[in-house]
Design a protein around this ligand. Structure first.
Ligand SMILES: [Fe+2]
Ligand SMILES: [Fe+2]
Length: 367
């Protein structure tokens, strides 16, 4: 009589599979089950005080007295994402160049934006040969794979906010980097007629095909602020106040394919409603004082502070002043979420998640 075969245990079988570089899906099922109700926020809410950032930047000027290739930039490292970024897709920091300094040109597949904190319009970033003057609160784009160098011919330090899609590009394993030939500054386009950003205005040469991406665009504060003010009396969004997105003027789409920039105004005493969304964001306080509550953490902010809202974290903003408005500049990864149909937003006390796939009614199933 044949001896009954003893059944192999699941543990032994799992071990055998590992030797063949395979894995049963039952082992990762737990991950899926944990996603019921949505993801957990990636990273922690955190605030970087301007006084600390600025004093460390001044120290960096001594520690790194001059560098033509590396940038003197202090990056915001999320304490919940060691070695990763400010959020799981974005990296933000503050950069400073001293009077007379130049940062040589390079290009990379990471897209970047600069929001000027201290500039008198004489310091500039050159993007693909075009001069973009740096004046307070101007936004300058260096889209992916555009040459860029920074120049400070003035007698004052120039500071700006840098934000890039570094964690996303590293995660996709598509980082490319190239220094400018000879490690130099770019050859500039001499004639204004050669400037690409002019092609985004109301008219462009008839002999050129429309170019929709990778423009070295500059959004001047003197143009943006009146737009914000013009809308200041409107109710705005219950979650973000009066908020504007910097759009690509050729497509009407987001600022850049991988990240979007917003400017928002909170009226005196305004408190927004609580919500959460699958996008993450980094904020910089242009003006005002207030608090942003993220999950259980209250981030008390003042002028020039920076803070992070991880994705899928409940949050609300409050302008603490009863007489002054607050203005916040922010960067988010909404374009990435939208590109893949992954953007979801949920207001508090609601069973509905906007943009979520609709659950078919029972009659539609098997219909
Ligand atoms: Fe760069
Ligand atoms: Fe939000």
């Amino acid at each position: 009589m044949a001896k009954p075969k003893t059944r192999k245990s699941l543990q032994v079988f799992d071990e055998e599979l590992r030797q063949f570089h395979m894995q049963g899906q039952w082992g990762v099922e737990e991950l899926l089950v944990r996603s019921i109700g949505g993801p957990r926020p990636k990273g922690k809410p955190f605030l970087w005080k301007w006084e600390t950032v600025y004093s460390k930047l001044l120290e960096a000027c001594e520690v790194l007295p001059e560098s033509f290739t590396a940038r003197r930039s202090l990056l915001f490292a999320n304490p919940g994402l060691p070695g990763h970024g400010s959020t799981h897709t974005l990296l933000m920091g503050i950069q400073m160049i001293k009077p007379g300094e130049v940062a040589w040109a390079h290009r990379h597949t990471m897209a970047a934006i600069r929001f000027v904190i201290q500039g008198d319009g004489k310091a500039y970033t050159a993007v693909d040969g075009e001069i973009c003057p740096m004046e307070n609160n101007d936004l300058i784009l260096t889209p992916q794979w555009t040459w860029h160098d920074h120049h400070n011919p003035t007698d004052k330090g120039t500071l700006w906010l840098d934000a890039l899609d570094v964690p996303l590009i590293i995660g996709l394993n598509v980082p490319f980097y190239e220094p400018y030939p000879g490690n130099q500054v770019q050859v500039l386009r001499e004639k204004p007629g050669d400037y690409l950003q002019r092609r985004t205005a109301a008219a462009r040469p008839t002999w050129e095909a429309a170019k929709k991406e990778s423009f070295p665009l500059c959004y001047r504060w003197k143009d943006i602020e009146p737009q914000l003010r013009a809308l200041a009396e409107r109710p705005g969004s219950p979650y973000d106040g009066v908020s504007l997105e910097y759009v690509n003027p050729m497509t009407g789409g987001p600022t850049l394919p991988t990240l979007s920039c917003w400017i928002q105004l909170l009226k005196p005493g305004e408190r927004t409603r609580r919500h959460r969304h699958t996008s993450s964001a980094m904020y910089f306080v242009v003006r005002g004082q207030g608090a942003t509550t993220v999950e259980e953490t209250s981030l008390e902010w003042g002028e020039r502070d920076s803070f992070v809202i991880p994705n899928w974290a409940w949050h609300e903003h409050k302008n603490r002043s009863k007489i002054e408005e607050a203005i916040l500049f922010s960067i988010n990864d909404i374009p990435v979420m939208n590109a893949f149909g992954l953007y979801r937003e949920e207001p508090e006390n609601s069973l509905h998640t906007t943009n979520a796939p609709q659950v078919p009614a029972p009659s539609q199933v098997n219909g």
